[in-house]
Ligand binder design. Structure first.
Ligand SMILES: Cc1cc2nc3c(=O)[nH]c(=O)nc-3n(C[C@H](O)[C@H](O)[C@H](O)COP(=O)(O)OP(=O)(O)OC[C@H]3O[C@@H](n4cnc5c(N)ncnc54)[C@H](O)[C@@H]3O)c2cc1C
Length: 433
């Protein structure tokens, strides 16, 4: 096989995983990253007195994340993976109830003790055991759940989840998405000692040792075919360079702008893909918020809170890693034109603060040491009915140009584990063509 000179756009987990396999196979690899550090959507930040970084958007791994855990093993970093036992709760009649396994869900009082509970349990069991997601992608969550779990169970348990994650698209999301969540997720949640950013930095160091050239602070503006020598030219803030093959790992919208040579049919496919953004306010507190030590609070939109989830990170990993600070995320999945995208951390806090007493009646504003806000307009792809037929292939119609993004991860829900999987798949496709 001929060795190639390859460029990868994006040092998130799909880009880094592809770079790892390509360089290990003897190819010359350059990784372009617009930010000043690797890690992409799973990156982190650190205060001077913190030993660990905090992820900008709450992140953890599932015990079933075999692609990520396998890669970490290959990198020789498995000893730094931790699986503490956190507690997830759900709001019902102003009280919080444990809700992170089928058993806990069956004990959840919101369902009563009759037929609802039996239907909820049987549907959960069926989805956990069934492998046939292809049949499920033909119907929406709403249609399927109403039929099999029943109107009450759908309204109580599943509708809040799809509304929370998909906003105005909630009635269009296909049932394979729900299957994937219930099929693969585990109660045990994993993280990396030092934080996800520490892992991304170690991964990047290993890539450099293998010979990958990583260009940080380098934003790519276009990828075009050179008519004279047939190479693909990557135009970036560092100038222009020719490559045999280029892999783009950004959002579909950005891919469409970077590669104007893509034919209309492929571009249309990219631009038709729907996604939600996310806005997350991070607080460092002087004191613990949830005295019960709960990690993840799920809040149905109907409860009237101005956010979807509150996550007390330091009820999962110790506050000692953050100089005694208690870290709390307050987040929501929103359409990119939502008003929250234009608000500062202070303005968001003003809206969110009155609800914080519901998590601890003693809460006072002077517990807050510092706030940060993180926003992304590409956080969660929306899988509509028959999504498998709308996914653009990794190999684009432009010779030598490849695309691997969260929107092509399917039927699984997006995540760093599947970023690794699709990055490695892209590396294979690039070498085979
Ligand atoms: C709120 C939220 C919570 C999440 N929770 C979890 C979780 O608990 N567990 C989990 O595993 N996953 C979680 N995820 C998903 C996970 O972060 C993503 O699936 C994964 O990081 C995607 O990796 P990627 O490489 O495909 O893309 P990205 O991480 O988006 O990487 C793309 C990279 O391209 C760079 N880039 C963009 N434009 C350019 C340009 N013009 N030139 C050069 N570089 C460019 C970007 O800076 C970025 O680094 C979460 C995501 C969000 C938003």
């Amino acid at each position: 096989m001929n060795k190639m000179k390859a460029a990868i756009i994006g040092a998130g987990y799909s880009g880094m995983a592809a770079a790892w396999d390509l360089v290990k196979a003897g190819n010359e690899v350059t990784l372009y990253e617009a930010d000043d550090h690797p890690g992409g959507l799973a990156d982190g930040f650190k205060e001077p007195h913190w030993r660990w970084s905090v992820e900008k958007f709450y992140h953890h791994w599932f015990a079933s994340d075999t692609h990520m855990l396998g890669l970490i093993d290959e990198l020789g970093l498995s000893k730094q993976v931790l699986f503490p036992r956190p507690y997830t709760v759900l709001l019902h009649n102003d009280r919080w109830y444990p809700f992170d396994s089928i058993l806990k869900a069956i004990l959840f009082p919101g369902l009563g003790w009759g037929l609802n509970k039996i239907r909820f349990g049987l549907v959960g069991l069926y989805l956990r055991l069934s492998k046939n997601w292809q049949a499920l992608e033909k119907v929406t969550v709403e249609e399927w759940m109403r039929k099999w779990a029943g109107e009450n169970v759908y309204r109580l348990m599943w509708e809040p989840l799809v509304i929370g994650k998909f906003g105005k698209y909630y009635q269009q999301v296909n049932m394979a998405w729900m299957w994937a969540r219930l099929h693969a997720r585990t109660t045990r949640l994993g993280t990396f000692e030092g934080g996800f950013q520490h892992f991304a930095d170690l991964f990047a160091e290993k890539l450099i040792t293998e010979g990958v050239q990583i260009k940080l602070n380098t934003s790519v503006s276009s990828i075009k075919r050179e008519s004279t020598n047939g190479k693909l030219v990557v135009e970036s803030t560092a100038g222009s360079s020719p490559y045999d093959k280029v892999l783009v790992t950004t959002s579909p919208g950005l891919m469409a702008r970077l590669a104007p040579d893509l034919p209309d049919s492929y571009l249309k496919g990219l631009l038709n893909l729907k996604s939600m953004g996310a806005v997350v306010l991070v607080l460092s507190l002087r004191r613990q918020l949830s005295r019960q030590g709960y990690y993840w609070f799920n809040i149905p939109k109907t409860a009237g809170y101005p956010f979807l989830a509150l996550v007390e990170h330091t009820n999962y990993v110790s506050p000692e890693n953050f100089g005694g600070d208690h870290i709390v995320y307050i987040g929501d999945y929103l359409e990119p034109d939502h008003a929250y995208f234009s608000l500062s951390a202070e303005e968001l806090l003003e809206r969110f603060a009155p609800s914080l007493k519901n998590f601890n009646p003693d809460f006072e504003m002077d517990w807050i040491k510092k706030t940060w806000v993180f926003k992304t307009d590409y956080a969660q792809p929306v899988p509509l009915v028959n999504h498998s037929q709308n996914i653009p292939p990794i190999q684009t119609p432009v010779e030598g140009l490849f695309f691997a993004s969260m929107s092509q991860v399917y039927p699984w829900d997006r995540g760093t584990n599947f970023a690794v999987e699709i990055g490695r798949k892209a590396a294979k496709v690039m070498q085979a063509t």
